[in-house]
Design a protein around this ligand. Structure first.
Ligand code: RM4
Ligand code: MN
Ligand code: MN
Length: 399
């Protein structure tokens, strides 16, 4: 790296933070079964402790996303949860309502043809907004399992209008500093017509809901051939990109570690963001979040891997010479333009990462440091003992 590249990479790292998901630290499963890890978090306290540990090692994960139904006991004071997070050195990030587990959601939530179910779903989101206010969270993150499984099962247009209406109602309840993120996913659990199946649908619904609704791009929620960075560039240009859920996939919504299958894809996404920032003279306000559940890898190790990979690719993408790129584009010099991206991607940024970590008082290799500290082993021993005391028997069902 040249000294100027080193400076650019370090400056990029100074601005980059990524949110960890509380659910990424707990036992989760596949559609077919659940495999347990002794070190998996038992309760929200454990999840926040794990998230705090990841932040202490990486220095760039100050917030934790929570799932309302999985993390908050009924009647629990959200302020107490915020205090618990602070105790572990983190803050509560995006609030994720749960609109898919209750029996009443069998035929959908915001898209349900029963007005009472829609009202119930909206009310749950309004309650989630209140939790967000209490804990000082900026984001309400919405993912809907809504859709139909068979042709003819429901009115596609009526469901669309039900979504428009419910999202508009919910938007009215947002605080001025809160943003509502609308996530899309092509299929699963609905296998015929998912109500918010792609970024265009999410864009339209967010636009109609109000100015504080934006689109959330989950990198795993696309068909294999889709050009995600093009979607990102369009959303940036329309000021409609609210955030990301990072993960990787080979087939569908696989929740694999970011960059484990296609790191160049992630680089290209970051490149579009850096290029936008360079042209506009300001960094876009984007929530970078992880959405991964690991069944085979130790959860904390996989999370650290993800964070380190995100930092590395973000730094690499910051090395693209934007002026040179514009010159090459103006001349239609396709090869030079492409090489500017490729060369940045293949540049070894490890010295920038090491310098940044040193300057921030962090170990050079967060994963090695995690292993050295023996956190996993200690957490496993503690949680094994507590499970026994609490009489927690773990079943094999997937959820
Ligand atoms: C979905 C989606 C959401 C997540 C749910 C549980 O696949 O990615 O973001 O909250 O799973
Ligand atoms: Mn997601
Ligand atoms: Mn997903």
């Amino acid at each position: 790296m040249t000294p100027s590249q080193l400076r650019r990479a370090r400056a990029a790292l100074d601005t980059f933070v990524v949110e960890t998901p509380s659910w990424g630290f707990a036992d989760t499963g596949t559609r077919f079964g659940k495999f347990f890890q002794d070190a998996a978090a038992i309760d929200l306290g454990d999840k926040l402790a794990d998230a705090g540990h990841v932040h202490a090692l990486t220095g760039c994960c100050p917030t934790v996303a929570v799932h309302v139904l999985w993390d908050f006991k009924p009647g629990e004071d959200p302020k107490a949860v915020a205090r618990l997070a602070r105790k572990h050195g983190v803050k509560i990030g995006a609030i994720n309502p749960n609109l898919f587990q209750d029996q009443c959601y069998k035929y959908g939530s915001f898209g349900n043809n029963d007005a009472a179910v829609r009202a119930h779903a909206v009310q749950h989101c309004v309650d989630s907004v209140a939790i967000g206010r209490a804990v000082g969270s900026r984001y309400l993150s919405l993912w809907f399992a809504d859709g139909t499984n068979y042709p003819g099962q429901g009115s596609i247009r009526e469901r669309k209008r039900a979504f428009e209406d419910s999202l508009r109602q919910l938007h009215r309840k947002l605080a001025l500093n809160q943003t509502m993120l609308v996530e899309y996913k092509p299929f699963e659990p609905a296998f015929y017509a998912t109500d918010i199946a792609d970024w265009g649908m999410a864009y339209l619904l967010a636009k109609k809901a109000g100015p504080r609704a934006k689109v959330l791009v989950d990198t795993g929620h696309h068909y294999a051939a889709q050009n995600i960075e093009q979607i990102v560039a369009w959303l940036l240009d329309e000021d409609m990109l609210g955030g990301f859920h990072f993960n990787d996939r080979r087939y569908a919504d696989d929740d694999l570690t970011l960059g484990s299958i296609d790191p160049y894809q992630v680089f290209r996404i970051f490149h579009e963001i850096h290029l936008f920032a360079n042209e506009r003279g300001r960094r876009p306000d984007i929530a970078y979040m992880i959405d991964q559940c690991h069944n085979e890898k130790p959860k904390i190790e996989a999370t650290i891997q993800t964070v380190v990979m995100a930092q590395e690719l973000y730094a690499k993408a910051a090395l693209v010479d934007h002026d040179a790129l514009r010159r090459a584009q103006a001349k239609n010099d396709v090869v030079t333009a492409e090489l500017l991206l490729k060369n940045a991607f293949f540049t070894d940024v490890s010295s920038a990462l090491a310098a940044w970590r040193k300057a921030n008082g962090l170990a050079a290799d967060p994963l090695a440091e995690h292993r050295r500290q023996g956190y996993e082993r200690k957490a496993a021993a503690d949680r094994r003992r507590r499970r026994k005391e609490l009489g927690i028997a773990r079943g094999g069902s997937f959820a």
